[in-house]
Design a protein around this ligand. Structure first.
Ligand SMILES: [Zn+2]
Ligand SMILES: [Zn+2]
Length: 334
């Protein structure tokens, strides 16, 4: 008898906006064509999970299991999947693309019209088991254990895509020093760039953490770093940071908004944009980003700072993330 039919597994389920996740015992699903059934061993918690729980993302289909930084092992495969059972895989945010739309054809699958996302439109990794499309599963570098590898899958990947969008920028500001920033800072330092970390005002712990990861300057989001920046990446979901970051960059510089959700951006004078300054967002990731980043991470080497929680403590992890109580990344361990 196949493993999946006689088993049940736990899942932390979101039933509606603003509700706490509820622990449920669920029948382990059978993998359909192209799918892999994965036993989850670690799943990192992302700020996007907070936006999901708060109902800030459009078109959420309840009930849904959050979690899109999944590490686990293949236990069963559907038709058309050739992969050894037991192999370790990572599952990121991008869970499905159509392969046909103009964006897919232009290698911009992160913008696919029919994209579906793990832990949002596809049940995610806050669970013992998860189903994933085999085209969106990645082998992980061996030098990371399961828990340390988990934050690479969103904080790492999307952070890396944001860093790439800064081009050749030497002095890079990062607004919001959480899970993504703590990985980006290490990659940027490895590339010989200078990171300026902007945290919540007076958040000495976050500023010390940023310095310990190679940031050349750390201060509050309103503080003056004393030099013009070539680019800035905003990870915090606070729209008021946009004009603040725009005011810090030089002519021709870029401000990148890396989050999926942000509060409204206050108006700012045109002279902040003048001089060919660029304001842009970074949406999702491509599989090429994933392959590239997962190759680079062990070379840096990126060390992830994690705080682990049991699966049933997902609500506690989310709460601590919301209140800035996590240094680095929170990881659920089923
Ligand atoms: Zn994420
Ligand atoms: Zn598409």
């Amino acid at each position: 008898m196949p493993e999946h039919t006689d088993k049940s597994g736990r899942a932390m389920v979101l039933q509606g906006a603003g509700q706490p996740l509820r622990l449920e015992e669920r029948q382990v699903p059978a993998p359909g064509p192209g799918e892999i059934l994965i036993r989850v061993t670690a799943c990192a918690v992302c700020r996007t999970d907070l936006h999901l729980v708060d109902g800030e993302l459009p078109n959420i289909s309840y009930p849904v299991v959050p979690g899109h930084e999944i590490v686990g092992h293949a236990v069963d495969t559907g038709e058309g999947v050739v992969i050894e059972k037991g192999v370790r895989l990572g599952v990121p945010w991008l869970g499905y693309t159509c392969g046909r739309c103009r964006f897919c054809r232009e290698q911009k699958e992160n913008l696919c019209d029919e994209a579906r996302f793990t832990g949002y439109q596809i049940d995610g990794g806050f669970a013992d088991y998860v189903l994933a499309d085999h085209r969106y599963c990645f082998p992980l570098p061996e030098n990371y254990d399961d828990q340390q590898a988990a934050p690479l899958l969103c904080a790492g990947l999307i952070g890396y895509r944001c860093l790439r969008m800064t081009g050749q920028a030497q002095n890079i500001g990062i607004f919001g020093f959480g899970a993504a920033a703590h990985i980006v800072a290490q990659v940027a330092a490895h590339q010989g760039r200078s990171i300026f970390a902007f945290t919540r005002p007076a958040d000495a712990a976050a500023q010390d953490f940023a310095r310990s990861l190679g940031a050349v300057w750390a201060g509050g989001s309103e503080d003056d770093p004393g030099t013009e920046l070539d680019a800035a990446i905003i990870f915090a979901p606070a729209g008021e940071l946009v004009p603040r970051a725009m005011a810090r960059i030089r002519k021709g510089g870029t401000v990148i908004c890396g989050g999926i959700h942000m509060s409204d951006i206050p108006s700012f004078p045109y002279r902040r944009l003048w001089g060919e300054r660029v304001l842009r967002s970074v949406a999702n990731l491509t599989r090429a980003d994933a392959r590239e980043f997962l190759e680079i991470a062990p070379l840096v080497p990126v060390h992830t700072r994690i705080t682990t929680f049991g699966l049933e403590d997902a609500n506690i992890a989310l709460d601590q993330l919301r209140h800035g109580g996590i240094t680095g990344a929170a990881v659920l361990v089923p």
